[in-house]
Write a protein of this length. Sequence first.
Length: 323
Amino acid sequence: MIRSVVRGFGASLPKRVMTNSEMEKKVDTSDEWIVQRTGIRQRYLAGEGETTASLGEAAARAALERAKLTPADIDLIILATSTPDNTFPATAVNIQNRLGMHHGAAFDVQAVCSGFIFAVTTADAYIRGGIAKRVLVIGAETFSRILDWNDRTTCVLFGDGAGAIVLEAQEGEGTTADRGVLTTQLRSDGAHKEKLYVDGGPSSTGTVGHLRMEGREVFKHAVGMITDVIEAAFEATGTTADDIDWLVPHQANRRIIDGSAKKLGIPPEKVVVTVDIHGNTSAASIPLALNAAASDGRIKQGDLVLLEAMGGGFTWGSVLLRW
Ligand code: ACO
């Protein structure tokens, strides 16, 4: 049985860090409010010349280096982003070109904060279907460019960055002892659009628009949706919370992360948290967190790793994989 195995990982952050105390100078907020409600202490913001494509390219290069591969070894690039450099072409194609890669294919997927889960699921389907052998899966965002910097209820929450993994087709036995992606679970429900959306777009307003969110409403749905897709992953594989070595959640809010882990019975020491330093980087948050925990040696080969996310759409999903 073909499995999609993580062969490399990498990340890239903008140069500029913005702390909560700097945020206090921009809008009527406080470090105490932000930390207490979200766990965020700082975020990275893209500066001049830094874009979703440039951050994505740097993350991709780091993942390729770690995998000891070159762009010539890749046959597909899938980029998860909601903040493309241009309406079209896909930013994935821009990254492909920046990597000097002129073969294979590249495209974007858009599922807001769940984007990386959707991208990994797509890559896994291409690999298991025999369409691709090595896929560069990237999550890259520049949410700072779609924030309303006068809206304190949203601008304090988000940051910019990128992360990437290389998934490679390898033979497995078809058991949960295999390395690679073991199950993927995707959900969406457009009935919740108004709770989290961008109020512009090419075919509606002809503008880029700004992020709008009813934070309390999103919060109300988050824990239930996350536990739904995690329980589905357990059921699909016959695993339980006790088998999990690392939970790597989408990094939106510390309270959502803690609440979901508690409900599932996953102890805090098995949960990777980077929301304090990165803020919510949407589709980039999971690969950024994976990079942090795999680089410092917490996530080791053979570990059972559970990824989950919930975001605009609503969309939500999980990926269970053996590292
Ligand atoms: N600084 C200080 N006060 C603030 C700020 C701020 N930055 N923002 C809001 N407040 C005030 C509000 O005005 C309100 O004041 P009031 O009581 O006088 O009216 C008070 O703080 C409480 O506001 P709430 O919105 O009820 O605060 P809550 O405890 O719900 O926290 C938060 C807000 C952090 C946004 C929370 O609701 C949340 O995390 N929601 C989920 C967001 C999320 O996870 N999104 C994930 C998906 S993101 C994606 O897909 C792109």
